[in-house]
Write a protein that binds this ligand. Structure first.
Ligand code: PGA
Length: 238
């Protein structure tokens, strides 16, 4: 894993957008697995701006969501669906045929997992995964203790995730379960970009970098991966 420390959130986000553009220019048919949350918001805004301004061809890329809260409507501004549409897909004029997001109301959750697994496999794996890191070290909804062999699955959310997750919603939400691309699939990405910014992430980044490498703190596993880049700002690096 490489560690890149950037001055601030703006620099970090510009560097991340750059990496995504490099990936798409090298492989116009890239499969991109995209996180949501506070961390990547500016990256997506900068990415969309550059894609339009520089006429970068994203018409053959394919986008998948890293995760979703089960039972949260796609119209809810706290849903991953809404976030990706708002900041990434709509601004870049991505066609519905280039996107596979999770159905938060899937009647058959196993079938929803299986269709994501099949899609990832059919495309030969993920080319670039952009992930944040949770306060408990989760990657997507791969919570502490998740098997490194896991494929897309339904996760019972950790207490930390349920509590921290309230920040995305305008009113108190019941968020007990999520659906997520699995650790194995994320860790097998050709390029894994993990991002963290701000003071509150400093203890998480410190544990990620210096603690045990273990699925009890999934983000630490990224240290094992030569193709991974951890991008942080100075506040998170302290
Ligand atoms: P955040 O979430 O970007 O809102 O900090 C990160 C995560 O929980 O993975």
């Amino acid at each position: 894993m490489e560690l890149h420390i950037h001055k601030d959130y703006a620099d970090l986000s510009a560097a991340a957008a750059n990496m995504i553009i490099d990936c798409v220019q090298e492989n116009p048919q890239a499969l991109l697995c995209m996180a949501t949350g506070d961390t990547p918001r500016l990256t997506y805004q900068l990415l969309a701006k550059r894609v339009l301004a520089e006429n970068i061809d994203v018409s053959r890329c394919f986008f998948i969501a890293l995760d979703e809260w089960l039972g949260v409507s796609p119209d809810n501004k706290g849903s991953c669906h809404w976030f990706l549409q708002e900041y990434l897909l709509r601004p870049m004029h991505i066609a519905p045929a280039q996107v596979h997001l999770f159905d938060a109301f899937a009647k058959d959750e196993q079938a929803a997992c299986e269709s994501m697994n099949q899609l990832i496999a059919a495309k030969g794996g993920i080319d670039l995964a952009l992930v944040g890191v949770g306060m408990n070290g989760h990657i997507g909804f791969n919570e502490p203790g998740t098997s490194v062999e896991s494929l897309t699955h339904v996760a019972v959310l950790d207490d930390t995730t349920q509590t921290v997750g309230q920040k995305y919603f305008s009113e108190k939400m019941e968020i007990k379960k999520g659906i997520t691309v699995g650790l194995q699939q994320v860790m097998a990405a050709q390029k894994l970009l993990m991002m963290a910014n701000g003071k509150k992430k400093a203890p998480v980044v410190s544990r990620l970098l210096t603690g045990d490498i273990s699925n009890q703190f999934p983000a630490s596993l990224v240290r094992l991966l030569p193709q991974a880049v951890l991008m942080v700002d100075e506040e998170a690096a302290l």
